[in-house]
Design a protein around this ligand. Sequence first.
Ligand SMILES: Cc1cc2nc3c(=O)[nH]c(=O)nc-3n(C[C@H](O)[C@H](O)[C@H](O)COP(=O)(O)O)c2cc1C
Length: 185
Amino acid sequence: MELKEVLRHRRSARQFKPDPIPEAVLEELLSYAPWVPNHHVSEPWRFVVVTGQSLRELASLRRQAVLEKRAGQPTAAARAERAEREFLEASAVIVVIQSVHPDPVRAREDYAAVVMATYNIMLVAWDGGIASYWHTGPLVTDERVRTWLDLDAAETPVAFLRLGYPVEVGVSRRTPASERTRWRR
Ligand SMILES: Cc1cc2nc3c(=O)[nH]c(=O)nc-3n(C[C@H](O)[C@H](O)[C@H](O)COP(=O)(O)O)c2cc1C
């Protein structure tokens, strides 16, 4: 696919086919992640690729995290079950983790780089017919998830990237950049 076509037509996918993504393909997607602009070339990321039994564990933790966050709400159980099912239906979840620098300016710059690294994975995936969905939500701060991921105190998850071959691709809309642009000549 042409780069412009990938940029314009990549969409988040909610539903995935059951087909597994070969590990070699996941490795290839990840190989593009570090090739982003990165001030000080700090490489503030690491990745955890979650499949199989581990994905079932993470899905269950997600259900618990959503259930607790929505405790008392009438839709809590349904939302939690859906959250678990979403992860179970993915072929893999890549957790993108940032090592957070104590200097807030460095941490902010590093976050920008980690986001771009995540987007590289999404774009290369799309180029290969694989869709993704970026999740944050209660998983990011959940203590059991932090322990499960073996995060140290300075690390934080930036993305739980659900990946798979899409059943259908959503539609999305954007305001043309020209409407948000002011030229000063
Ligand atoms: C930093 C970040 C966090 C996100 N977190 C969530 C999330 O927790 N739940 C969710 O449904 N979508 C999440 N998304 C995905 C967006 O909802 C999605 O990209 C948006 O709907 C636009 O759709 P598109 O990717 O198909 O253009 C997140 C996206 C980003 C960049």
